[in-house]
Write a protein that binds this ligand. Structure first.
Ligand SMILES: Cc1cc2nc3c(=O)[nH]c(=O)nc-3n(C[C@H](O)[C@H](O)[C@H](O)COP(=O)(O)O)c2cc1C
Length: 343
């Protein structure tokens, strides 16, 4: 089974659902000695299977797939649906301006069972999970086909829960991280724990191999995390401008636009806390957004897409970690070398 000790370079390219993660990015990182993840989130099971095949055509090196864990229905769902309807009325004028309309929220578990079938039928070396923990039966099923299981956690308590499920490694996501926070519930407010502090807290409570994520976008940050005992670092934002990434043109331009001066964590775009560049959408709607995922994500989908397609960065999500200014354009192999301090 894949072990972090097998890596030539302790750099993991984070799974980045919604476009940035591509087979080309994963293959380039793997061929450079690092490790890359395909992002199963939002994809169809067939689309995932196709991406796995395509990645295998591009590299012989090991790679992983990241899966969103669906949240079970809760007692507040009816009240949340009402809040989503109110939020829709607040968003409607902006959507009308783009002529995009809003999406209709429908219950979805992101095809959880079918994606796990794909991964059991055609195993990959590592499957990582976020937004929750896989049941022990799923961990056992993946182990049974030779796949190592990693869990994303944002606190030492979550890390202990994950260890109790029998996972093989923990991805520790600190406060600085770009994109969605890996809280187990959409309504959880993620702790504001710095990535290196989280590393210390978790290392004190579990012997599992650790992968530190969040704000690691420079050789100095990689070195600091390795000295604190992480087996590897998982970087997302550092790869957003890579040639092989599927990052949209609007997102790329915003990351290089000096008019954006900070990142914020907000539920405005999807109903789950996520960090991105602060824009008008975040400013105007953060206070109103209900903790309803995926309902809010479905609702805002057409608006975000239309804003992005129009080249307008103000009404779409621009995921980025706090160290976004350190992201470099260029080939992913070069970014791996740069992060590892070997170029
Ligand atoms: C655009 C983007 C999309 C992301 N999508 C996912 C995802 O699908 N699954 C996941 O586990 N993490 C996702 N993340 C979070 C990363 O796994 C990781 O925690 C984060 O990028 C680390 O912080 P950094 O961005 O400062 O490097 C995403 C991050 C970004 C920037």
């Amino acid at each position: 089974m894949f072990s972090l000790g097998d890596l030539r370079v302790p750099i993991v390219a984070a799974p980045m659902a919604g476009g940035p993660s591509t087979p080309e990015l994963v293959a380039a990182v793997a061929d450079a000695g690092g490790f890359g993840f395909l992002a199963a989130g939002y994809r169809t099971p067939d689309g995932l299977a196709e991406q796995i095949s395509q990645t295998r055509r591009l590299t012989e090196r090991p790679f992983g797939v990241n899966v969103f864990v669906p949240e079970p229905p809760g007692p507040d769902d009816r009240a949340l649906a009402d809040e989503v309807a109110v939020y829709a009325r607040r968003l409607a004028p902006v959507a009308a301006r783009f002529g995009s309309g809003l999406g209709t929220p429908v219950p979805s578990d992101d095809d959880w069972a079918a994606k796990l079938d794909v991964l059991a039928d055609d195993p990959v070396p590592v499957v990582s999970f976020t937004f929750g923990l896989p049941p022990v039966a799923i961990v056992d099923r993946l182990h049974g086909v030779g796949t190592a299981v990693w869990a994303t956690v944002v606190s030492a308590d979550d890390a202990e829960s994950a260890a109790a499920r029998g996972v093989d490694a923990l991805v520790l996501q600190g406060h600085q991280a770009g994109g969605h926070r890996g809280t187990f519930r959409a309504s959880d407010d993620p702790p504001a724990t710095d990535t290196l502090d989280l590393l210390d807290h978790v290392a004190a409570r579990t012997p599992l191999p650790l992968v530190a994520a969040g704000g690691v976008s420079s050789p100095d940050a990689v070195g600091a995390a390795l000295r604190r005992g992480t087996s590897a670092v998982q970087a997302g934002t550092a790869f957003l401008l890579a040639d092989e990434a599927g990052t949209s043109a609007t997102h790329r331009a915003a990351l290089r636009n000096p008019a954006f001066t900070e990142t914020v964590i907000t539920r405005a775009f999807s109903g789950r806390p996520a960090r991105g560049l602060r824009n008008r959408f975040a400013d105007e709607f953060a206070a109103d957004a209900p903790a309803a995922y995926p309902a809010v994500n479905q609702l805002t989908g057409p608006l975000k897409k239309a804003s992005s397609a129009a080249g307008d960065p103000q009404w779409t999500h621009l995921w980025a970690g706090t160290s976004w200014r350190q992201a470099h354009a260029g080939g992913a192999a070069e970014i791996v070398r740069l992060l590892s301090g070997s170029s």
